[in-house]
Design a protein around this ligand. Structure first.
Ligand SMILES: C[S@@+](CC[C@H](N)C(=O)[O-])C[C@H]1O[C@@H](n2cnc3c(N)ncnc32)[C@H](O)[C@@H]1O
Length: 364
């Protein structure tokens, strides 16, 4: 692309809710992730593999600057920089974009010495492949790293992502262009359009042929799970970007092997999807930025808790572990617990919750 230029120059001309959500999630996650690692590890790296130009129309910062700003404006910034060096690696194939991004970075005044920024021109996956091979052949670990992978298309090297995930303290946040991917799979299954090799490479085999949901949302959810398996991540969390009906344009997929990474991303997702739909919808009304349900429906969580306690008391710590794989937050469990207590249906003793037998409830 170096000689050809950015194939989608219009990408930078508009800044909509989907871009905003992408950037809000990065900011919210890094705000908590930087101190988690930065207070002890000595080095922390943020990789933006498809970094772009650094800014959108209307002076809206792109992901590299959002990540940098999160650290620069962090309340614990000085303490973090005392304990760790923070390296920001911005990879960008298009020379013009890379040079604009470099200009944006240079305009930041008084960048602290312990914040190191590299804008690397070139193909992200080639650069990463060389880096991963070098670390592996030297038998070295990677410094704790957050990778934001945000290509235009859906061509992703699943094998490389899986190798990156094998390092100890790595988080992946991938923008999966579901609309294109879904269409490619559909066409391939119908008539064989020469995409099979690409799809096999992404999914690490032909299991994608079994993605057969009725709706695009169902298929996207199956795709997210398949990608998580392919990359070998213990946890996956995704937010769907939905436009017009149930058409999933893309989803943002967070992959981690750490329980606290899963908990943190769940918290972040609830801030952008307060209704619990795990989807961001583009509003049909231009005056309304995002259409979101404000209040989550906790009925399914209530049913789950009551069913879970049916056989006897359960430690709250155990419930907390079990809740991790569900979309619900720990705070929601507290809300449901309070409601059931008020209805005299539940008792908390020590660290355990149990259901109250009907007669006993009369005396509480
Ligand atoms: C969706 S845009 C990135 C937006 C940016 N992450 C943000 O949120 O501000 C995709 C970028 O990837 C670049 N790109 C495309 N192929 C690439 C590759 N193989 N390696 C690195 N960058 C690439 C494009 O030039 C474009 O700037």
């Amino acid at each position: 692309m170096n000689g050809v230029g950015d194939p989608r120059p219009d990408h930078w001309k508009g800044y909509g809710p989907f871009q905003q959500v992408k950037h809000e999630l990065i900011d919210a996650y890094l705000k908590a992730w930087f101190p988690k690692l930065g207070l002890w590890s000595g080095k922390v790296v943020y990789f933006d593999t498809h970094a772009g130009r650094g800014s959108y129309a209307g002076d809206n910062p792109g992901s590299p600057l959002v990540a940098l700003r999160t650290l620069l404006d962090h309340t614990a910034r000085d303490q973090l920089l005392e304990n760790s060096e923070f390296r920001f690696v911005f990879l960008e194939l298009d020379e013009q974009n890379a040079s604009e991004l470099r200009g944006e970075v240079e305009r930041i005044e008084d960048l602290p010495r312990r914040i190191v920024v590299d804008v690397e021109p070139g193909d992200a996956f080639e650069v990463l492949r060389r880096g991963v091979d070098a670390l592996k052949s030297a038998g070295q670990q990677m410094a704790p790293a957050f990778f934001f992978v945000d290509p235009y298309g859906f061509s992703l090297p699943g094998d490389l992502l899986a190798e990156i995930m094998e390092f100890e303290r790595v988080e992946l946040f991938v923008n999966v262009m579901w609309r294109e991917l879904d269409m490619a799979m559909h066409q391939e299954l119908k008539a064989g359009h020469g995409q099979a090799e690409n799809l096999d490479r992404l999914f690490g085999g032909d299991a994608w042929r079994n993605i057969r949901g009725e709706t695009m949302v169902e298929r996207a959810d199956q795709g997210a799970k398949l990608l998580a398996d392919r990359v070998g991540a213990k946890w996956w969390t995704h937010v769907r970007m939905v436009s017009g009906g149930d058409a999933v344009r893309f989803f943002l997929l967070h992959l981690t092997n750490h329980d606290d990474g899963r908990d943190l991303m769940k918290e972040c997702v609830w801030t952008v999807c307060p209704g619990g739909s795990m989807s961001v919808r583009r509003s049909e009304n231009p005056n309304q930025f995002l259409l979101i349900e404000e209040k989550p429906d906790l009925a399914p969580l209530r049913q789950w808790l009551v069913a879970r306690l049916q056989a006897g008391p359960v430690l709250r710590d155990v419930l907390k572990e079990e809740l991790r794989s569900k979309i619900w937050r720990w705070k929601h469990l507290g809300d449901v617990e309070a409601e059931l207590k008020q209805q005299k249906r539940l008792r908390r003793r020590g660290g355990s919750l149990s259901l109250l037998p009907k007669q006993e409830a009369l005396f509480h």
